[in-house]
Design a protein around this ligand. Structure first.
Ligand code: UT7
Length: 323
């Protein structure tokens, strides 16, 4: 009898402070019109000075636990996907574990930048399917505003802060009734590290560094790699990609999302887009979008959902699940 990793609940959190495109045009030479036309972004949320990535993660985790009807003590695995940890060590997951009051099981971070949530979900699914852990919190959480160069208009207009979380629960296949993570696909091409990276780090500069991106080169890679991942993950599971109910993409650029939809001959109405109000929240964007669509009744139990992401590394990937 095989064990499926079922999404028992999800939750999201966005910091209270909103920064509009007009606010940004006071910092750098940009405009609301340029940002909306080139990216689809209207505004993004920015963490308060005393809000750390772990604080955002805990709020999303608490919402996911409440939706699933579980207490922190029911969790035996915490994986946090983040590029903006509270500290160099210990992991943000360890700090989240302490703040939630969980004292059992394992906790660790995953670093795959904007593809982090797909990597974390795939990892958690394998631990659960093996029977090693029973219930996991899979969290994407970022304070990306802290690593932005606020004088670089090519990057600072794109990103925002936030967190999203899934409670993933092991269930016997018969009990799961087809629900759960079906398949996942993770890729990395480290030859392309120069396209998107942070120019600082522990063993190089002993500073945190700032985001550097060759935006149009990343853009050119994005549609093909994301489409490849989505096609692979569906075909490998024997699923016609056009039969999925919802696509939940990483929210980097509305034009990338539309490009993928066109390339794969999908319907724009199948796609969950949150980019206008949140910008690119890196590892948090996929669970935030998923939870928004669960909350407003679009994603219903039993729906077939395809998640996709691409980010620094370059990393990219996709996951297929039944809600
Ligand atoms: O989540 C991780 C993955 N990240 C991504 O997928 C991001 C991928 N890249 C993108 O989304 C787009 O490349 C950007 C939104 C970053 C840029 O859009 P673009 O259409 O590729 O513009 P570009 O970089 O080719 O720049 C076009 C022009 C340039 O001016 P010139 O050289 O033509 O005079 C830029 O200097 O737009 C200028 N520009 C801006 N103008 C106003 C760049 N940023 C801005 C800005 N406001 N914020």
């Amino acid at each position: 009898m095989s064990i499926k990793a079922v999404i028992a609940g999800c939750g999201g959190y966005l910091p209270a402070t909103v920064m509009t495109n007009d606010d940004l045009s006071k910092l750098v030479d940009t405009s609301d019109e340029w940002i909306r036309e080139r990216t689809g972004i209207r505004e993004r949320h920015i963490a308060a000075e005393d809000e750390k990535t772990s604080d955002l993660a805990v709020k999303a985790a608490e919402a996911a636990l409440a939706a699933a009807g579980y207490a922190p003590q029911d969790i035996d695995l915490i994986i946090v996907a983040t590029t903006t940890p509270d500290l160099t060590f210990p992991s943000t997951a360890a700090i989240v574990q302490a703040k939630l009051g969980v004292a059992a099981g394992a906790a660790f971070d995953i670093q795959a930048v904007c593809t982090g949530f797909i990597y974390a979900l795939s990892t958690a699914e394998k631990f659960i399917a093996s029977g090693q852990y029973k219930r996991a919190l899979v969290i994407g959480a970022e304070t990306f505003s802290r690593i932005l160069d606020w004088t670089d208009r090519g990057t600072c207009v794109l990103f925002g802060d936030g967190a999203g979380a899934f409670v993933l629960e092991g269930m016997e296949e018969a009990e799961a009734g087809g629900r759960g993570v079906i398949n996942s696909y993770l890729r990395c091409d480290g030859q392309l590290v120069d396209l998107l990276y942070v120019d600082g780090g522990v063993s190089s500069t002993q500073t945190t560094g700032h985001v550097r991106m060759q935006g149009n080169k990343v853009f050119r890679e994005a549609v093909n790699r994301i489409s490849e991942a989505m096609e692979w993950v569906a075909a490998d599971a024997g699923v016609d990609i056009r039969s999925v109910d919802w696509v939940v993409p990483h929210q980097a650029n509305e034009r990338i999302i539309r490009g993928v939809v066109k390339k794969l001959d999908l319907e724009p109405e199948q796609v969950i887009s949150t980019i206008a109000g949140q910008g690119n929240t890196s590892a948090a964007s996929i669970p935030l979008a998923y939870c928004q669509a669960v909350g407003d009744g679009r994603i219903k139990p039993g729906d077939l959902v395809l998640l996709e992401g691409m980010g620094g590394g370059l990393t990219w990937g996709a996951a297929l699940l039944r809600a």
